[in-house]
Design a protein around this ligand. Sequence first.
Ligand SMILES: [Zn+2]
Length: 335
Amino acid sequence: MADLRFDPVFGSWVAIARRRRERPMEFISTQEIQQQIICPFCSGNEDETPSEVVAFGAGGEVLTEPGTSGQWAVRIVPNKYPSLAEPVQAPSGGPYASFDTDGTQEIVVPSPRHITSYSELTHDEAVVAMKACQHRNRQLAADPAVKHVMIFMNCGLDAGASLGHIHLQIMASPFTSPYVNRRAKLHQQYSAQHGVPLLRSLLDWEVDCQLRVVEETEHFFVICPYASRHAFQIWLVPRDSGPLFLDLKAEPLAELGLLLRKYVDCLETVLDKPSYNILFHQPPTSETGSAGWYVEIFPRLTRSAGYELGTDVWVNPVAPETAAKRIRSASKTQA
Ligand SMILES: [Zn+2]
């Protein structure tokens, strides 16, 4: 169960997650403690995690007998320290709403090797990682109780990671947050008014401007969005606004995995290996067709300060036009 509380002042939800305090914190522990932390995601340490939900071989095949070290390429396991599983019932009353709920929280380990960035994945690992995320996203979204699936990655201490070995996370919740609902509504309203999906209009305009387009591939546009909230924010937006992430065919899915690897590498070249987040922005599971989804990468160069926290107006010290230019150059050097 989760201790989920609604804040009527901010219109946001808060998950009280006391068990998160028990996580081993590799980045902020002393060297002595760090040496005692066994990486639970490395090959050979499979017993350090709960049993697999599913595991994949190097060719992307689902393994019938996962859990053997040396056999798996990508492994999905339940999160040992979930944010949406709180055994204590929320005290309620007064003007605050709260409810007990639960969600599924899983870790996708994209490599048995102890690597610390998505850019270090091999070609095949980057492709199979996307296949694994899509496989599990499909299964979770098929449950009528699941209302939203969030896939994300925190890499580095400033991005919220507790362990160095890279891992994606999948959270399937029986609710949609006000933030997710608001975004879905904005898409619906735009489509209804203009007869074209919002992201399609944004892409058409960016192509006309050519100031913030980093790359156009067969299946995706890579752009630094006009109103970037973060410095060097990158969006990977599908050309075809029809299929959702969980409906992507094998070719665009593989391209997405490789583009993520490429542009994390570019950010690391331009910015000297910053912490970063990768977010898969997906609509509620009830939405279909052109509801709009995309993947975002952004480095954690600054912390949210008083003005952002007080007004929800973001302050970005790097114009997206400048960011696009620098990322484009790094991308050409790399190619
Ligand atoms: Zn490891």
